[in-house]
Design a protein around this ligand. Structure first.
Ligand code: GDD
Ligand code: MG
Length: 325
């Protein structure tokens, strides 16, 4: 079986860091988001096809240098085709059924159970749904008593949302859906394709447990905390020798952190320099950034080569590449 992973978005809600780093390569709990997403694939998946677009070359280079456990093939769009267009462009040789995945979904789901549900009901597809407090930023489903999806509305207002059950960005679909996507123009899978598939029976796989779309700063940092707590970090999580405070942290061995204090849930990337008495909590620091002596970074993302000046406090911020704070 194959998985189709959509990875071509602009990551607008994580700007300015995504001006230089594609969202999927932002490290959380010690490794890029994309690798956590690929970790969720069960062993029955023999290949993941990555439908890339924005910064496809950056992703391709990284993936070639750091081969994931599952074999991957990348298919890049020359212009943004939307989620449906990306599926059409890259999904030419999908298995039947295939797994469809957004590349910013961090969850503790049983993907094997999702695939079993698809085989069991025999409809055209199965969408994993999770229940959330505010469904308006997501795709929302209306269900009947058998958990068949009757209606699907992408990003409705809170009042218009037919339920609080939303598309978790993970589904199992028959191969024929690829041929149902219009060719030659940008297409939104969620808005323009899924509603037309409902007549061919799409069922919900209601998932419980942790789920997060790591596409905004708050949600990304929440996903990072979960990955640490779930023991899914990319490297050791105790604080390095010569530092104080508490973990979990994921500090690249090439980083200099002597004398720093940690407050938990922190990723420090390669060649970062953290000065003495600096304090880091609930944050992601990208490669070659500098956090000077006595500075603090809390609930924030610091871009590559950015600099936080001595004694300065960064809180609830996203700093882009080479930014100064
Ligand atoms: N190849 C390609 N081309 N991929 C794209 C494109 C494109 O033009 N646009 C977006 N993507 C990728 C993104 O990189 C991401 O992995 C995925 O498609 C979904 O895009 P997002 O921008 O993250 O969408 P969203 O979070 O607003 O909404 C989607 O995810 C929600 C759950 O997290 C929808 O699928 C919602 O229905 C869903 O509830
Ligand atoms: Mg998203």
């Amino acid at each position: 079986m194959k998985a189709l992973v959509l990875i071509g978005g602009f990551g607008t809600r994580l700007r300015p860091v995504t001006y230089s780093v594609p969202k999927q390569l932002i490290p959380i709990a010690g490794k890029p988001m994309l690798y956590h997403v690929l970790d969720m694939l069960p062993p029955t998946i023999e290949q993941a096809v990555l439908a890339t677009g924005y910064k496809a070359d950056v992703i391709a280079r990284y993936v070639e240098e750091h081969p994931p456990k599952v074999p991957v093939r990348m298919v890049a769009e020359t212009e943004p085709l939307g989620t449906g267009g990306g599926m059409r462009n890259a999904g030419g040789d999908m298995s039947d059924p295939f797994l469809l995945m957004n590349s910013d979904v961090i969850a503790g789901f049983d993907v094997t159970a999702l695939l079993a549900r698809q085989t069991e009901h025999g409809g055209i597809g199965t969408m994993t749904l999770v229940e959330v407090e505010d469904p308006s930023p997501y795709g929302v489903a209306e269900l009947d008593a058998t958990d068949r999806i009757l209606r699907f509305v992408e990003k409705p207002t809170r009042e218009e949302a037919p339920s609080r059950w939303i598309n978790a960005g993970l589904g199992a679909w028959k191969r024929e859906v690829i041929g149902r996507i219009p060719d030659g123009a940008p297409v939104s899978w969620e808005q323009q394709v899924v509603p037309g598939l409902l007549a061919d029976r799409v069922y919900a796989f209601r998932a419980t447990g942790f789920w997060e779309d790591a596409g905004t700063p708050d949600r990304l940092l929440r996903a990072q905390r979960y990955l640490f707590e779930a023991g899914r970090a990319g490297r050791r999580t105790s604080i390095p020798t010569g530092t104080t405070g508490n973990g979990p942290v994921a500090v690249d061995p090439s980083a200099t952190v002597e004398g720093a204090t940690f407050g938990g849930s922190v990723t420090v990337s390669a060649h970062v320099v953290v000065g003495p008495r600096a304090y880091l909590e609930d944050c992601v620091i990208l490669e070659r950034a500098t956090i000077e002596a006595g500075a603090s970074v809390v609930h924030s993302i610091v871009g590559p080569r950015a600099r936080v000046r001595a004694g300065h406090r960064v809180s609830h911020q996203v700093l882009g590449e080479a930014a100064e704070a």
